[in-house]
Design a protein around this ligand. Structure first.
Ligand code: CNA
Length: 258
């Protein structure tokens, strides 16, 4: 096993936020798809399709209200990434989560790649005008569907979450090459099923050990000699890791600040 790592790269998914109270998508009873079933979607992923959103924005606005920034607190795992950043040991944090808990944990914007966008900003789907965040929050909290304030347009306003068939944020395509210089990759809380995000792990150099921290096996992690599989709840595993490193107190202190 290689030693003397420079820094850590992270590839995060919904499992990192379940301890915060945000369900993942696919868990049978508790997952978001199961919970959205009551909204009579024709099929679960319709909630992330632009044509369906035009026809019926209510399911996506219901989801938006559930996930809106400020309702949840970052987890120990988010705090661990922040700790590495504070110590100058964070290479890049790639996340497919849309809950903005990485930002809330204090992971700096220049190290963060929100591959599927986030609820931090929003635009009209027709004229593309940006909509004011404070006003958006007010209306989302009231349970309203928000329309563009450009009167000649009045199109639907959509948080900048990437829907199926939409292009990914430019930042993702610019940042993908960074995986080529990763020298220690942590893949946490993801089923590694959504592309192109999932392929990042297989793009890591052969010399880069990959550590999977997840409830289940994911992707091809486990097929390389230096891969490490830590199966279980990520917060418990991160705590154990920090204890081994003598960082547990710092981790708790930083987490208490979130
Ligand atoms: P997923 O396909 O739902 O998989 C989640 C993975 O996390 C599974 O393999 C679980 O076994 C694992 N897991 C769940 N809880 C834990 C835990 N406590 N500790 C360790 N592992 C755990 O989610 P992915 O992120 O892989 O799928 C990609 C989708 C889900 C992306 O498009 C996301 O935008 C989307 N998503 C995001 C959020 C969020 O922002 N918090 C929530 C739900 C879905």
């Amino acid at each position: 096993m290689q030693t003397g790592f420079r820094d850590g790269t992270f590839q995060l998914g919904a499992g990192v936020s379940t301890a915060a109270g945000i369900p993942d998508f696919r868990s049978p009873r508790t997952g978001l798809y199961a919970r959205l079933a009551k909204l009579n979607l024709p099929y679960p992923r319709a909630v992330f399709e632009l044509n369906y959103f035009r026809f019926n924005p209510i399911p996506f606005y219901t989801l938006t209200r559930e996930l809106y920034p400020g309702r949840y607190r970052p987890t120990l795992t988010h705090t661990f990434v922040k700790l590495l950043s504070d110590g100058g040991l964070l290479h890049t944090c790639f996340t497919q989560n849309i809950d903005t808990l990485e930002r809330q944990a204090g992971i700096p914007a220049d190290k963060l790649v929100e591959a599927h966008g986030s609820f931090a900003s929003q635009h009209c789907i027709d004229c593309k005008k940006e909509y004011d965040s404070a006003r958006m929050r007010e209306l989302v909290e009231k349970g309203e569907v928000v329309r563009c304030d450009n009167e000649s347009c009045a199109g639907l306003v959509k948080p900048d979450i990437v829907f199926f068939g939409e292009s990914f944020p430019e930042l993702l395509s610019q940042s993908i090459p960074k995986i080529g210089t990763a020298d220690l990759l942590f893949v946490i809380g993801t089923s590694l099923t959504v592309q192109p995000f999932a392929k990042l792990a297989s793009m890591a150099p052969e010399s880069c050990p990959r550590v999977l921290i997840n409830l289940d096996f994911a992707g091809d992690i486990g097929t390389r000699a230096d891969d490490v599989l830590l199966l279980g709840k990520c917060d418990a595993i991160i705590r154990d890791l920090c204890r081994e490193l003598g960082w547990e107190e710092t981790l708790d202190r930083e987490w208490a600040k979130t």
